[in-house]
Design a protein around this ligand. Structure first.
Ligand code: ATP
Length: 838
């Protein structure tokens, strides 16, 4: 009780004191305090709300990460959750690049064909060598317009902070140079107090400078990541869209060689790192040069600074003259690294096939050759660099220091030419006969001036050196810039189909600049009218016609079988309809949508994606799309049962199991999985390319009947005539003298019967000739017996005379016993079981 009453008294005292304080405080201050209190409460509440939201998001993120899925935003953005070591997951929002942005950038990236003066205004000729030239400036600025899209973007803010940190560091270096001079002066003068104060100041400034240095490095990496994020997303949006950039880039355009992977992963990273570094490695020394030169001009006069500047220009000239073409070297090295990497990717992708063939030795040859080329190139670069580095080191480190000593001695030896320092010297000289005290003071001032100037000179030499070194970095940056620019401009070219005809030569027939056909989407069926099926050549080469002007129409319920020998162009028809290959002439009509109620294509090799078992059935849908289309796991199970894969879910441990499915499913299972996708998506029309070649015939029938029952009109591509029973029409390719003809018939129609009867007649005629051929074979064998004797030796001379034809030189064969090795001969022992000989 006593304790309680004491507490109450204390509380009431506290309250009274607080109220009296409040009464005494002016009104404005009270208002401010109230505002601060309210702000603190609101901020606390907001923090709590955000914290809860973050927790919910992390929980949702964990679920989605497990399911390999994301969320689609209303504005078309895609929200995914990526695993995070500390928070479990972090949310990443990916906003698609707007169409108008691509349109605006096309002007920056699209050049015309090779040669000067044939490309859009402002774009450099595509054959410009990477280096420090105007093309580099254009390319770099174009890439920067993607990396820094707006003035208020994150990257711009980071650059501003970085600039602030760089300026602060230059200012701190200036303070340190002055402090250095005064500390040495105080030491020489024996002024302990000033000396200690100087040391304290030194430590204080040092702490701030270290923090600034670390900040500069941190901001530089942040800028690099920001650039990379923006550029990667931009490239992905151009690369992976309905214009099929990822396919056309290597199969039709060929502008980036074997593939874009090396460009997107390694080259882009190097470009971003170098671009972020170049800002500080050029910007800071440049700032240092200006500020320190100004300072030195104050103390050393115009002569000193003129000397310094001439030194820079001379050095820059010498280094530029003798420097190897670093930009080009970096670009070629990146290309060679890409080729080597592509060889490894091929090996990984085709590991099983290569293992079956036992092809490791052959693959080893390719890999060693690829690495050999890369190694030779790199050795050349290093040997070029070593000579240049020697020159660079001697000039920047040693000759510059010697020159620095000469310049800092100017106030002492040539006071009339040496600015403020020189004036001080002159004034001291004028003071008449020097006393011991003035001599001492003069000595101290000289010392301070010398130390300050020396430090400034050192910083200046360092800045100049870094500036010169960064010319090399700049050249390398030019190489990476050229690589990334090439990738983006090629993607733009593919995206907008910009293949102008060269004005110098006639465009080749069926080259990408000769595409005149029309694609009509929104048709209820599949129709080709006068469409040549052409295997395209890499731009600007022309393509090769495989099927002559094809005209065929498939309407709902009229299943079509496309048949013909290997290589006659069956799959190519699907490639043209799917938009992989261009429609060079004629008209192609097809439904507007892919998937449900539209059209779908099942390629010859079933692709199995990364992710869960569910993802395999619903591909290319995501789980999120599956849920929004009101389908569920029970429906998926029904689909799997319809294709006789109902056991998979239990065997693999549920829908969310993640595996490398291409190694788990057998060839037949993969094909059935492809049919499961067909049944899941329920398109109106479907191209099935050799979709049942590895499936047993009873299941094959079941797959076709089920698909037809679901209302899917099938266009089957196959070499097997027994599939006719599931189709209404057939398109026979590979006809005519050149194999580019075709026939389109109703199955069982008069013409088809006639063509089969004709084929039977042909075969009978050929069979009738068999007896004649047999008789001829016996005759030839008899003749040969007369000509050849046993053991393969030629017969007697009178027999040989009967042979008509060119003269044959008879070389006598050494018999085994006639050969006796002499002492000097090397004798190889031949395993009689594994080798045979004449
Ligand atoms: N990207 C390409 N570039 C050039 N030619 C190609 C390309 N793809 C295929 N070809 C060629 O086009 C021809 C037709 O190929 P397609 O794949 O259409 O044949 P197919 O009739 O489906 O053969 P198969 O029955 O063996 O599957 C072949 O000679 C092939 O070599």
């Amino acid at each position: 009780m006593a304790a309680q009453s004491t507490l109450r008294t204390r509380l009431s005292k506290l309250l009274a004191g607080y109220l009296s304080l409040l009464a005494k405080t002016p009104r404005s201050k009270r208002l401010i305090a109230a505002a601060v209190l309210c702000a603190a409460i609101v901020a606390g509440y907001d923090r709590r709300r955000r914290w809860r939201q973050q927790e919910d998001e992390q929980k949702r993120g964990r679920d989605l990460v497990r399911r390999n899925s994301g969320i689609l935003g209303k504005d078309g953005s895609y929200i995914i959750y990526v695993p995070h070591p500390r928070y479990g997951t972090t949310k990443v929002v990916i906003r698609p690049t707007k169409k108008t942005t691509f349109d605006a950038h096309r002007r920056l990236f699209l050049g015309g064909p090779r040669g000067r003066g044939q490309h859009a205004a402002g774009t450099p000729p595509p054959n410009t060598k990477p280096g420090l030239n105007l093309a580099f400036l254009h390319q770099f600025l174009s890439l920067l317009s993607i990396a820094l899209p707006r003035l208020d973007s994150r990257g711009t803010l980071l650059l501003m902070l970085h600039t602030f940190a760089l300026v602060s560091r230059t200012y701190l270096s200036l303070i340190i140079a002055r402090l250095d001079g005064s500390i040495v002066r105080d030491l020489v003068a024996g002024n302990g107090k000033a000396f200690s104060l100087g040391i304290l100041k030194w430590l204080g400034v040092g702490a701030v400078a270290s923090y600034t240095n670390a900040g500069i490095k941190y901001l530089q990496s942040k800028i690099s990541i920001e650039f990379r994020t923006r550029l990667t997303r931009y490239i992905h949006d151009l690369y992976l869209n309905d214009r099929l950039g990822y396919y056309k880039l290597t199969n039709l355009d060929g502008g980036v060689g074997t593939g874009a992977d090396q460009f997107i992963t390694t080259d882009l990273t190097r470009f971003c790192d170098e671009a972020a570094a170049i800002y500080s490695s050029l910007g800071k020394p440049f700032l240092d040069l200006v500020v320190f030169n100004w300072q030195l001009m104050q103390s050393l006069g115009l002569a000193g600074v003129t000397g310094l500047l001439s030194n820079y220009f001379l050095t820059a000239y010498i280094l530029k003259k003798y420097s190897p073409p670093f930009g080009k070297l970096a670009a070629v090295q990146a290309k060679k690294e890409g080729e080597f990497r592509a060889l490894h990717s091929r090996l990984i992708t085709n590991a099983e096939e290569i293992a079956f063939y036992g092809g490791s030795e052959m693959e080893g040859v390719y890999l060693h050759r690829g690495f050999g080329e890369l190694k030779t190139w790199m050795e050349n670069i290093y040997s070029m660099k070593i000579r240049y580095n020697m020159l660079e080191d001697f000039i920047l480190k040693y000759s510059w220091s010697a020159f620095g000593f000469v310049i800092t001695s100017l106030p002492v030896f040539m006071p009339a030419w040496a600015g403020l320092g020189g004036l001080l010297e002159l004034a001291a000289n004028k003071d008449g006969a020097p006393s011991a005290d003035t001599d001492r003071r003069r000595g101290e001032d000289r010392m301070k001036g010398f130390i300050t100037n020396k430090r400034l000179m050192l910083s200046l030499a360092d800045a100049g050196g870094r500036m010169m070194y960064s010319f090399k970095d700049l050249s390398e940056l030019a190489g990476y810039t050229s690589r990334v620019y090439t990738l983006i401009s090629t993607l733009h070219r593919v995206h907008s189909n910009a293949y102008p005809a060269s004005s110098r030569t006639q465009p080749e027939l069926y080259s990408l600049s000769d595409v005149q056909g029309t694609i009509h989407r929104g048709f209820d069926g599949v129709r080709l009218e006068g469409v040549p099926i052409v295997a395209p050549g890499l731009y600007p080469r022309g393509g090769e016609e495989i099927v002559e002007d094809l005209s065929v129409t498939v309407k709902e319920g009229e299943h079509l079988l496309v048949i013909g020998p290997n290589g006659s162009g069956k799959s190519s028809v699907a490639r043209v309809v799917a938009g992989l290959w261009p429609v060079f002439r004629g008209l192609v009509s097809l439904p507007r949508n892919r998937g449900q109620d539209g059209i779908m294509f099942l390629p010859q090799r079933t692709y199995l994606s990364m992710g869960t078992l569910r993802d395999q059935v619903i591909y290319p849908h995501t789980e999120m799309e599956m849920r929004t289309s009101t389908k569920n796991d029970a429906e998926l199970q029904r689909v799997l049962e319809a294709v006789r894969l109902g056991y998979l879910r239990d065997r693999e441990g549920g829908w969310d199991t993640q595996k490398d499915w291409s190694n788990v499913l057998s060839g037949g299972e993969r094909q059935r999985m492809a049919f499961a996708r067909l049944l899941y998506h329920e398109p109106k029309y479907a191209f099935v390319d050799e979709g049942t070649s590895a499936v047993s015939s009873d299941v094959e029938g079941l797959l076709y009947e089920t698909a037809k029952q679901r209302g899917i009109t099938l266009i089957t591509i196959s070499t097997r005539a027994q599939l006719k029973k599931y189709h209404t029409y057939q398109l026979r390719l590979g006809m005519g003298e050149y194999g580019s003809g075709w026939e389109f018939d109703r199955i069982g129609a008069e013409r088809e019967r006639m063509s089969i009867e004709k084929e039977i007649k042909d075969l009978e005629e050929k069979l009738a000739k068999v007896e004649q051929m047999e008789a001829r074979r016996v005759e030839i064998e008899r003749e040969l017996k007369n000509v050849l004797v046993e053991g393969g030796d030629l017969g007697p001379a009178d027999n040989a005379q009967e042979i008509e034809g060119p003269e044959v030189e008879v070389v006598p064969v050494l018999e085994e016993e006639m050969y006796a090795p002499s002492a000097g001969d090397e004798v190889a022992v031949i395993d009689s079981e594994s080798s045979t000989g004449p």
